[in-house]
Write a protein that binds this ligand. Structure first.
Ligand SMILES: NC(=O)C1=CN([C@@H]2O[C@H](COP(=O)(O)OP(=O)(O)OC[C@H]3O[C@@H](n4cnc5c(N)ncnc54)[C@H](O)[C@@H]3O)[C@@H](O)[C@H]2O)C=CC1
Ligand SMILES: CCCCC/C=C\C=C\C(=O)C/C=C\C/C=C\CCCC(=O)O
Length: 262
């Protein structure tokens, strides 16, 4: 897709990947409506991005994606401000092995809701123009990790859900593509807070010391490495059904290149 002039909705955009993805799209001439549960972080990012790309290009919406009405309001607000939605990025995600139900609500249920809402708004029969939906899974969507069982379950779920919808001829006929991004460890707060022993962060996973050792072996990607893969997916003419794994040692690797069993 050519990004210039397109409108994107990005969840979890106050920091980390979501903020970097927002900036990368703005740099290429898109308008971005980003959402986050973190109001002060979101407002701060809004100020920074507006200073670089203009007040009229970027809009922050306070939204807890686990709350259906707030998620619906996000789409309403984006349409009212920017009139269309061409790119949807379900990026918001958490680690919470002790509160695993919350992990499922945010990582899995909300990702599904965001996908269904985007499909509705992108449908040409509803006034949409088609579009691209990128769901952010993880290396943990492809491989197990005993320190993150609930998180791994949600990330496997994202992969299965997104690949399945990508096979549906209905969405293909509407000009809608769906792809999955699978980053390995990257240097956002999700990882760095645990390494730095930030208060509470180590309780989010099991066996934090084992996990830290694994990051030492696997290496840690930069946010720019992951953003580069994200933009590659969005800009591809056909990303439908793609699963892009990115890790420090091997870089970008497309998985399941034969997309169906038939
Ligand atoms: N950092 C990493 O190594 C990897 C991260 N991921 C995934 O990438 C995505 C982004 O993660 P990071 O940027 O690393 O994390 P992060 O923790 O830096 O940023 C996540 C953002 O999502 C927001 N958020 C959390 N719950 C929310 C909710 N209920 N509603 C709205 N916003 C919410 C947070 O406030 C935060 O701004 C997540 O889905 C994560 O699972 C995937 C693979 C590796
Ligand atoms: C510093 C500890 C970090 C703990 C986890 C934090 C964030 C993880 C986010 C992910 O999405 C996971 C990314 C990649 C790793 C997944 C599995 C690795 C298992 C490898 C192995 O067992 O050898």
């Amino acid at each position: 897709m050519k990004v210039l002039g397109k409108v994107a909705v990005i969840t979890g955009g106050a920091r980390g990947f979501g903020k970097a993805f927002s900036e990368a799209l703005l740099k290429r001439g898109a308008k971005v409506c980003f959402a986050d549960i973190d109001v002060s972080g979101g407002q701060q990012s809004q100020r920074e991005l507006a200073a670089k790309f203009g007040e009229t290009s970027v809009h922050f919406v306070k939204c807890d994606v686990a709350k259906e009405e707030e998620f619906r309001d996000l789409f309403r607000e984006c349409l009212s401000k920017f009139k269309k939605i061409n790119i949807m990025v379900n990026n918001a995600g958490i680690l919470d092995e002790a509160g695993w139900e919350k992990c499922i609500d945010v990582n899995m249920t909300a990702m599904m809701r965001g996908t269904y809402l985007a499909l509705e708004k992108m449908n040409p029969e509803n006034g949409g123009e088609g579009g691209t939906i990128i769901n952010v899974s993880s290396f943990a969507g492809l491989y197990p990790a005993h320190f993150l069982p609930a998180y791994v379950a949600t990330k496997h779920g994202i992969l299965g859900f997104t690949r399945s919808l990508a096979m549906d001829p209905l969405y293909q006929s509407q000009g809608i593509q769906l792809a999955t991004l699978c980053p390995a460890f990257a240097s956002t707060n999700m990882v760095t807070d645990i390494i730095q022993g930030e208060a509470g962060s180590r309780q989010k996973i099991l066996y934090p010391d084992v996990a830290i050792k694994i990051t030492e072996n696997m290496g840690i990607c930069s946010v720019a490495d992951i953003t580069d893969g994200f933009i590659e997916l969005v800009e591809k003419e056909n990303c439908n059904g793609d699963v892009l794994l990115i890790d420090k040692k091997n870089g970008k690797q497309y998985q399941f290149v034969n997309k169906t069993t038939s």
